[in-house]
Design a protein around this ligand. Structure first.
Ligand SMILES: Nc1ncnc2c1ncn2[C@@H]1O[C@H](COP(=O)(O)OP(=O)(O)OP(=O)(O)O)[C@@H](O)[C@H]1O
Ligand SMILES: [Mg+2]
Length: 266
């Protein structure tokens, strides 16, 4: 195998990197690919909770690079989806516990045995981001349609380009078509024109994201809400399928039955 190593990053905090990493990882695994999701947010780990795997962590990324355990021992297997693994971050260490060289070595060790490695980056442009991005072949930049988020995404794209990353694409998250229609939110075309990278998908604002995060069950496990559909489309585009871009309506499926249905698995 020769894994595609993809970093999910943003610059600005709280825009949805961890949510995107969890959902795309699950969606790819459900398509039959073997996936390792790495939490590179050392000291502020979150991906374990969003994926619902926090109670099964024994070792973490820092243990691996320090040689306290083997890489395979630190991988937490998701029992709900075949071939999905989490490499958790350390909670009680700082970002400088790992060097870029160690991160490259670790990712290259995974490359031979898995189809995809997704790396959840911490916010910011400092060492934590650099560690998360250093080993990646591809980058998914997450931005919300807000000026500050777009500006930070622009900065991150510049840094990724200067690091020689060739494949950089954009995910616009928390899109609200009603606000765009009223002229109160940046349109996706504005965002993608400013950032001038390939637009991989648009994820609407969706309460089901919050519900699923609190349950530790990413929407891609099999839910039908608008954001779940957007994540599935993004997964298919990553796999090279030609899925037309949609600009989702966050009120789609807000009827009573649709609302009930979206809280259950398909
Ligand atoms: N499409 C969405 N609709 C509604 N809520 C969302 C959506 N995407 C993310 N959120 C919520 O936004 C919050 C931040 O998301 P998340 O933790 O994924 O961001 P992050 O970029 O990883 O943050 P950090 O920079 O702190 O690591 C979470 O509470 C999440 O549930
Ligand atoms: Mg995060």
């Amino acid at each position: 195998m020769n894994a595609r190593i993809i970093v999910v990053t943003s610059g600005k905090g709280g825009v949805g990197k961890t949510t995107v990493t969890a959902n795309i990882s699950v969606a790819l695994a459900k398509e039959g690919y073997s996936v390792v999701a790495i939490d590179a947010d050392i000291g502020l780990r979150n991906l374990d909770v969003v994926m619902g795997l926090e109670n099964r962590i024994v070792y973490n990324l820092v243990d691996v690079v320090e040689g306290s355990c083997r890489l395979e021992q630190a991988l937490v297997r998701d029992k709900r989806v075949d071939n999905l693994y989490l490499l958790p971050a350390a909670q009680t260490r700082t970002k400088d516990a790992v060097s870029p060289e160690q991160m490259v070595e670790l990712c290259e060790a995974l490359r031979d045995s898995y189809d995809f490695v997704l790396i959840d980056s911490p916010a910011g442009i400092e060492g934590g981001f650099k560690n998360a991005a250093v080993a990646a072949d591809e980058a998914l930049v997450v931005a919300t349609p807000e000026v500050s988020s777009v500006r930070d995404a622009d900065r991150i794209i510049g840094l990724l380009e200067s690091e020689g990353k060739k494949s950089i694409s954009l995910i616009v998250n928390r899109y609200r078509s009603s606000m765009v229609k009223k002229g109160n939110m940046l349109d996706v075309t504005d965002v993608s024109e400013i950032l001038a990278v390939k637009l991989l998908g648009v994820v609407p604002e969706d309460e089901a994201v919050v519900v699923s995060t609190n349950k530790g069950e990413p929407l891609s496990m099999g839910y039908s809400s608008p954001a779940a559909k957007a994540f599935r489309d993004i997964c298919h585009r990553i796999l090279g399928k030609d899925i037309p871009l949609k600009y989702p309506d966050e009120n789609e499926g807000k009827g009573f039955w649709e609302g009930i249905k979206s809280l259950f698995r398909l």
